[in-house]
Design a protein around this ligand. Structure first.
Ligand code: AMP
Ligand code: MG
Length: 269
């Protein structure tokens, strides 16, 4: 089984996060090997993203989910290092505003989707509505439990209408999160990333693990499968997301659009 097949969750399969190794290097023995793979796929993505913009073949949506410190921002920076920001559309989802709460949970998501030709990056997403919302009982169970099916139907609709979804759950271990939170507390450059809420969420570790397991089991579909990315090693995490995204874009079989017949023979004086 290749690397990308190993991280894919088959529809209906249990991810069993507790039994997965967040420190798995996925065959990338050293940091240098992971960085070399990242550089290769990063360079491919620079070209593929331009082809996507040129052809408007599809809209591409990268969904990044993961607990605090799992590297959602770091992945965005590393994977798209060589891609022109012109082609990107990054959206970070925070707790909903009063206006957003006045609508169905997918309303704000729909408004934030990339158009054809663009790559959208969701830092958190509609999946918070079956994660934090479930763990903290922000709505009754009767409401959040319906959302798995609603999300699957929503994503099926998006796929039918020309969006390609690449869903990555960044899987961090408890020990590695502790290390990173301590760094955020100790390092003045990282202080701004720390919030007391991170500790409250860490104290709910088991409940989040359960919610993530349910999400992975119920919303990995043929049309929009989940990938669980071991995230304890930053370089491995970013390299594998870049590999997955490049493979997805490559699979679209895009060619540079040729000059329109009516423009052939024109001379620039
Ligand atoms: P951060 O990603 O660290 O900036 O934090 C964003 C916060 O927004 C996290 O604590 C999320 O749990 C929270 N959040 C995002 N989406 C939702 C949602 N739909 N309902 C409640 N909280 C949310
Ligand atoms: Mg945070």
């Amino acid at each position: 089984m290749n690397r990308l097949e190993r991280i894919r969750i088959r529809p209906g399969a249990k991810a069993a996060l507790r039994s997965r190794d967040a420190g798995d290097r996925l065959g990338l023995a050293t940091k240098e090997a992971a960085l070399a793979l990242l550089a290769d796929h990063g360079a491919r993505l620079a070209i593929l993203s331009a082809k996507l913009a040129a052809t408007r073949a599809k809209a591409v949506l990268l969904v990044l989910q993961g607990i605090d410190c799992s590297g959602k921002d770091g992945t965005t920076k590393a994977v798209f290092d060589h891609v022109s920001p012109t082609y990107l559309n990054v959206v970070s989802f925070k707790a909903p505003t009063a206006t957003e709460l006045g609508h169905d949970f997918l309303w704000r998501v729909h408004c934030a989707l990339p158009a054809r030709g663009a790559i959208g990056i969701f830092n958190r997403s509609h999946y918070e509505d079956v994660l934090v919302v479930r763990v903290d009982s922000l709505v009754p169970e009767a409401v959040w439990s319906r959302r798995y099916d609603a999300i699957n139907e929503f994503e099926r609709h998006l796929v039918n209408e020309g969006t390609v979804l690449v869903k990555c759950m960044l899987h961090l271990s408890r020990d590695e999160q502790a290390k990173r939170l301590r760094e955020r507390l100790a390092d003045p450059v990282k202080n701004w990333k720390f919030s007391a809420d991170d500790l409250a969420k860490r104290a709910q570790w088991d409940a989040y693990e359960e919610a993530y397991d349910a999400m992975l089991e119920r919303t990995s579909t043929d049309w929009a499968p989940w990938h669980v990315i071991p995230a304890d090693h930053n370089a491995v995490r970013s390299a594998v997301v870049a590999e997955l995204l490049a493979a997805t874009l490559d699979g679209l079989g895009m060619e540079w659009p040729s000059l329109d017949e009516s423009l052939r023979g024109l001379v620039v004086s």
